[in-house]
Design a protein around this ligand. Sequence first.
Ligand code: 5RP
Length: 252
Amino acid sequence: MKYSPETPQDSAKYAVGRAAVERYAHDGARLGLGSGTTSAWMVRALGEKVAEGLQVVGVPTSTSTRDLALSLDIPLVDINDLDRPLDVTLDGPDEIDHDGDMIKGGGACLLWERMVAEASTKMVCIADDTKLVDHLGRFPLPIEVVQYGWQATRRSVSALLADLGYDVEIIRRVRDGEPVVTDSGNFILDAHMGVITDKATLDTNLNWIAGVVEHGLFTGIAHEVLMASPSGESRLIELPHRNAARIPEWRK
Ligand code: 5RP
């Protein structure tokens, strides 16, 4: 089935998906495949290249990306079977700021997205230009929590955020009247932050809370940003090396 973009934002997502494949999907490339609608355009563009004979392998960041990739005959490997890092992960943000820090997880795939990015030499954020913000936080911050005791975890998150000076509503994500359950069987809490003022402190502190599996504040993860406008123009932003909350030495 042939898909085509239907809105200006979708045209930008389409353009950046295709630009990413042109730039990074060379013969022999080992790719992390992001999730969400931008990544879906990228995966479809990759599928076209694979049908023309391009040799790549991918590691999907969600079951939906896995299913899409399989439907397009893109060869996949299990993240468990990687003997060396992937060359690059291509994935979209919900918001990205001028430091290249992101909020991710609007599609509830943040855990696998972060794991695949971490299993890659490079992470490239592919974004339409509506995603660029001066301050992260208008998009609710997704926090993945285990189902057991999730209300207790929510109270702990709430207490931490109050301690850090945020007055925040935290809502368990629901779709069609049912709690959203991630590909790893967890719930998502959405924290309506407003403006995130200290990204590094929030990033590290959230992870200290028992019951929190991961969160969608991706600081210092992206190495480059490929951004497109609805007219189809794309530009590459290389991010300077810097210290971020959770970048281990071996990833720098
Ligand atoms: C899923 C994600 C997505 O990458 C993010 O929500 C962006 O989605 P889209 O490309 O549809 O705007 O983090 O968990």
